[in-house]
Design a protein. Structure first.
Length: 194
């Protein structure tokens, strides 16, 4: 059985895809950072719907890197969006583990196997490819989609591609679960409100 519900939002945001020219991933990030190389916390709130105290909590726990001069760069925004897109269906400590599994410590770029902006792009591209092929169902087609998306990945450390693809599979399934949960919540809300 394949589950397919189209997501009208850019992953990790409260922005509708059609309002942003139907772009996601790196194209979306490039639009946000077209004029400036940094954005403020207020802009992150407008993009993601995350309140400032939540972001401060994530920073305090070491899940998100501190802003530099009160500005967040493209990789920091991508990192925040990845956490945000998973938090409705995955415990925050598990999201933190998954991100550490991919890129090690948040404050140390030397142990990263992929930039957060490219990771976000791979996630968005994998989600789009899975949706085009009819949704999440069997593991084999999902893995094939992920392998196609990461075909251009330049593995700098032995085993990095396997780690990346494993994490992407978990992220895609979890995000799909969040889309289905949101759809179920909306259906229930309609039923309650008659």
């Amino acid at each position: 059985m394949n589950l397919q519900i189209n997501d009208e939002y850019i992953p990790g945001t409260i922005l509708r895809r059609d309002a942003m020219g139907d772009v996601t991933g790196i194209d979306f990030l490039d639009k946000i950072f077209y004029i400036s190389d940094g954005i403020m916390l207020t802009q992150i709130r407008e993009i993601s719907g995350i309140d400032g105290s939540t972001l401060q909590n994530w920073t305090k726990r070491g899940w998100v890197e501190n802003s530099k001069m009160k500005r967040y760069n493209k990789d920091q925004l991508a990192h925040i969006l990845i956490i945000n897109m998973l938090r409705s269906c995955m415990q925050l400590d598990r999201i933190a583990f998954l991100i550490t599994y991919i890129n090690g410590r948040v404050y140390d770029r030397s142990d990263d196997i992929i930039r957060d902006s490219l990771l976000y792009d791979y996630i968005c591209r994998a989600l789009d490819k899975v949706t085009q092929r009819g949704g999440v169902g069997d593991e084999t087609p999902l893995r094939e989609c992920i392998e196609e998306v990461t075909a251009d990945y330049d593995e700098k450390v032995s085993g990095a591609r396997r780690r990346l693809n494993t994490a992407l599979e978990i992220i895609v399934v979890a995000y799909y679960a969040s889309i289905i949960k949101r759809h179920s919540d909306e259906m229930t809300e309609k039923l309650i409100n008659g």
